[in-house]
Design a protein around this ligand. Structure first.
Ligand code: TXA
Ligand code: MG
Length: 328
């Protein structure tokens, strides 16, 4: 039986149960501001193994390690000046930095897939309290079966991994709804490894430097998790649809209607008021809603390619990419 504890009504019980479960080397699903994570003690090989097993995740795909504060972060990684500036501005928050690991790091090599760098992030919200109380960094990928959509609620986690998990902490819907933005600073160049919940424009504004996109930086190879097909719902996905075909579920943006909409099985709007933050927060839940509806195909209306729109389009494009076992 999976125990689900609501952190809003029973925070103390949630913290105690999480720490006890983590100390046993078992993963716990924790709420972060981006998506729900499947967290385990980053220094414990058995615990990390269980994450890979539960998710069916390839072991060459490194995990992000989550810390409670700068002291913990500094114990594990070296900050270059630009990364430090980013961390000071945006932590706790939806930013992951890939940084060189320090010699005294006891992060288990399984967690970082044997790399000499660490993807590190200080999350916002209850997950940070868990790390603080536990006292050690937590490795946490999104709490979903590998290749599926990331969970933005405890219900999503329970539906996907519930039978395998001892404990889920429920803090309600994730505030941001998209995974963290991942960057790596390389000789004063800021490279984007994954667009996400932190707007790249905010990074550019703070540093006064351009952020290099994967195409220009070759970074897709550097973030091994960025396989083309990812974040996939069960339904097929049509990107940037100009019209709606009969029986499709339409997910649109900004109240913009599409021709053929009257024949849609269901119409969902990510943000009728054209707010990209609201759209990001709704994206994964709406894909799951479309799946639950039994849609064969989801058509996505156009999304503006600015601000968080970049990360939203990235996730929809991955959802639309050919799946494993399908012809490209
Ligand atoms: O918002 C998030 O980042 C969520 C929450 C739970 O924190 N976590 C998450 O983790 O999205 P995951 O495992 O689904 O994605 C981690 C990504 C992968 O694409 C992986 O390749 C990349 O981070 N990554 C981790 N460590 C890395 C490293 N040392 N170098 C390059 N990429 C790394
Ligand atoms: Mg993931």
């Amino acid at each position: 039986m999976t125990l689900i504890i609501d952190t809003r009504t029973e925070p103390e019980r949630a913290l105690a149960a999480a720490c006890e479960t983590l100390a046993q080397g078992l993963p716990v699903a924790i709420p972060t501001e981006t998506v729900y994570g499947l967290a385990a003690d980053a220094t414990n090989a058995d615990a990390i193994s269980r994450i890979y097993e539960m998710k069916g995740r390839p072991r060459f795909n490194p995990l992000i390690c989550h810390v409670a504060d700068f002291e913990m972060a500094r114990h594990y990684v070296d900050f270059d000046p630009i990364s430090l500036k980013l961390a000071q501005a945006f932590w706790p928050g939806p930013l992951t930095l890939v940084l060189p690991m320090r010699p005294q790091s006891d992060i288990h090599p399984l967690a970082c897939a044997g790399l000499d760098t660490l993807g590190i992030r200080m999350p916002e919200g209850f997950s940070r309290s868990v790390i603080e109380r536990y006292g050690k960094p937590l490795a946490a990928p999104s709490a979903n079966t590998s290749g599926k959509i990331s969970p933005t609620s405890a219900e999503h986690v329970a539906a996907d991994l519930g039978d395998k998990l001892a404990l889920i902490l429920d803090a309600g819907p994730a505030e941001i709804g998209l995974e963290s933005t991942i960057v790596k600073v390389d000789r004063d160049e800021i490279r984007l490894l994954r667009p996400g919940g932190l707007d790249v424009a905010d990074i550019e504004k703070l540093t006064g430097r351009p952020v290099l996109r994967p195409q220009t930086a070759g970074a897709a190879i550097e973030a091994p998790g960025m396989l083309a097909s990812h974040y996939a719902p069960a339904a097929a996905v049509r990107l940037n649809a100009a019209d709606v075909r009969p029986g499709e579920v339409l997910i649109r943006f900004g109240g913009k209607t599409l021709p053929g909409e009257e024949n849609a099985a269901l119409v969902l709007d990510l943000s009728p008021s054209s707010n990209l933050r609201e759209a990001a927060a709704n994206l994964f839940a709406y894909m799951k809603k479309a799946d639950a509806f039994g849609a064969a195909t989801i058509a996505f209306g156009p999304i503006p390619n600015e601000g968080l729109g970049e990360a939203i389009i990235d996730r929809i494009a991955r959802a639309a990419a050919p799946r494993e076992g399908e012809q490209a």
